[in-house]
Design a protein around this ligand. Structure first.
Ligand SMILES: Cc1ncc(COP(=O)(O)O)c(C=O)c1O
Length: 314
């Protein structure tokens, strides 16, 4: 047990791996918290495009073959920020390539408990060579403040991971673990997870409907497979940061996806939308306000081409 999946990511990025390699391959876009920690630790990060249609497996194989990749960090299920999931074929291919090229996979399955498709297995279920490290989080399904996650490690890692873990915080909070144990043992966890799956499913549908109703062709919502996030692509002439700042003034919180990209990569102009803290009514209102605000900003920049400076104080 770890103090959140985030701690496992930090420990894995810090510790040496049996393959003796050094760089970390990340999807682009990628969970911003991972990019931040790699940057802080001074670790070389290499990007591979992840679109809503998945990964280019030929390109992945080129990276595995030609670069010194310690591990490939991937969020196969309900990707943050895209909301999409990898196919079974992609997951099988990743496990096979990991073995062929001696590259480890850090599989961040932070939203596994929200899965509604019983046939959607993680990459680690296809791993025959002990090269997949599987991470779970209890933050999104229960409570971020519990700070609980799980790392399922190949045998070869256990000793060294324990040393790094105990040097970081001695152990994960026993109080949090006891609370989780009671929750699991009593069946409350399973009941709560079923309620959350249902609730988030309804909200995701509400988000898709609201985007269909209020947004026109310049905007594009990723075909989210479920979970809690979807990525909204914006028209070129509408800056994501500018729109997010203007919406923040109206108490609508959205996250520009720029921090999900490495500095060397071309940043897609988009927002990550989350349904975790908004009900269906608020989602509909939020998307309507997003459209109104976007119209205001676009008409302002048409009448005053230098108008951008007018809101840089936000
Ligand atoms: C993809 C992903 N992985 C890991 C984490 C961190 O999870 P935890 O709260 O368990 O540390 C987050 C948090 O948002 C996340 O989005």
């Amino acid at each position: 047990m770890v103090s959140g999946a985030q701690q496992a990511l930090h420990l894995l990025a810090s510790m040496p791996f049996p393959n003796g390699k050094s760089a970390v391959l990340v999807e682009q876009p990628c969970y911003a918290g991972m990019l931040k920690l790699l940057n802080l630790l001074g670790i070389t990060a290499i990007g591979i495009a992840r679109t809503e249609f998945g990964l280019d497996l030929d390109e992945l194989e080129r990276h595995f073959r030609n670069n010194s990749i310690k591990f490939f960090y991937t969020v196969p299920r309900f990707h943050n920020p895209l909301g999409t999931s990898l196919s079974r074929q992609e997951k099988e291919a990743i496990a096979a390539m990991a073995e062929k090229y001696d590259v480890y996979i850090v599989e961040d399955d932070y939203l596994a408990d929200l899965e509604t498709d019983g046939r959607s297995d993680p990459i680690c279920s296809y791993d025959r060579s002990g090269r997949v490290i599987y991470l779970r989080s209890f933050s999104k399904i229960m409570l971020p403040g519990l700070r609980l996650g799980a790392a399922v490690l190949p045998e070869a890692f256990i000793h060294s991971f324990r040393m790094y873990k105990s040097s970081s915080d001695l152990s994960t909070s026993a109080l949090s673990q006891a609370a989780l144990e009671i929750h699991l043992g009593s069946g409350l966890f399973q009941r709560h997870a079923a309620i959350m799956r249902e609730r988030y499913g309804v909200r995701m549908k509400a988000l898709q409907e609201a985007c269909g109703r209020y947004l026109n062709e310049g905007f594009r919502l990723s075909r989210s497979a479920g979970g809690i996030f979807a990525r909204l692509e914006l028209p070129d002439h509408l800056g994501a940061e500018e729109l997010a700042a203007a919406l923040f003034q109206k108490d609508v919180h959205v996250f520009p996806t720029a921090p999900c990209y490495l500095p060397s990569v071309e940043i897609a102009n988009g927002l990550r939308l989350s349904i975790i803290r908004a009900n269906e009514q608020e989602i509909g209102d939020g998307i309507r306000m997003l459209r109104e605000t976007a119209d205001e900003l676009m008409s302002r920049s048409r009448t005053n081409p230098s108008g951008r400076s007018a809101i840089t104080w936000i």
